[in-house]
Design a protein around this ligand. Structure first.
Ligand SMILES: Cc1cc2nc3c(=O)[nH]c(=O)nc-3n(C[C@H](O)[C@H](O)[C@H](O)COP(=O)(O)O)c2cc1C
Length: 169
């Protein structure tokens, strides 16, 4: 298997989403980076990263801890997708911002980033996770739109399935 999910989660939302994505993609491996750090990331060619936003637009703390190592991983030739957790009602000016830091780093490192999604159906003022009117990955809001989560995961995993599981190179 060449595909895995790496996530961190403070209150369990990203963990739950990671497990649902894994299930939808034929039970691919899931790593909690608070336990494994950045180890194993380089072993995979197709990778999904899960990052929640905390403290006004910051990456969740376990992500911050591995950031110095993460920055130096070479993602050239790897296909990656990002999902993020946020709260659009309480943090409408920093909604899911942390995804952008991961995106920028992956992009600089030459990763092939897939899984952009529409911002339609969300209500917020601004988000660093938006580029050219699209989120840089899947955005889940368990506080205000939990009822949409399963469908959003289903749509997204169908969207990225070919890139993640059937890529030939
Ligand atoms: C103190 C605090 C700060 C937060 N800051 C943000 C924020 O800046 N932007 C955002 O979109 N969500 C923010 N959130 C919402 C979290 O991203 C949300 O609760 C998410 O589901 C947490 O996922 P996790 O439990 O997997 O870490 C914040 C939540 C708390 C409690």
């Amino acid at each position: 298997m060449t595909c895995a999910i790496f996530y961190a989660s403070k209150s369990g939302h990203a963990k739950e989403v990671a497990n649902k994505i894994s299930f939808a993609l034929d039970e691919i491996r899931v790593f909690d980076i608070s336990l494994t750090g950045s180890e194993y990331i380089s072993d995979y060619k197709h990778i999904i990263f899960g990052v929640s936003t905390w403290d006004h637009g910051q990456m969740q703390k376990d992500w911050q801890k591995i950031w110095d190592d993460f920055k130096y991983i070479n993602f050239k030739g790897k296909t990656v997708a990002i999902f993020g957790l946020g709260d659009q009602k309480k943090y409408p000016d920093e909604f899911a911002d942390a995804m952008r830091y991961v995106y920028d780093d992956l992009s600089k490192s030459g990763a092939n980033i897939v899984g952009f999604t529409s911002t339609q159906g969300y209500e917020f003022n601004q988000s660093k996770a938006v580029i050219d009117d699209k989120f840089v990955g899947l955005v889940i809001d368990e506080h205000n739109q939990a009822e949409l989560t399963n469908q959003r995961i289903k749509n997204w995993t169908e969207q990225i399935r070919a890139d993640m599981l059937h890529a030939t190179s």
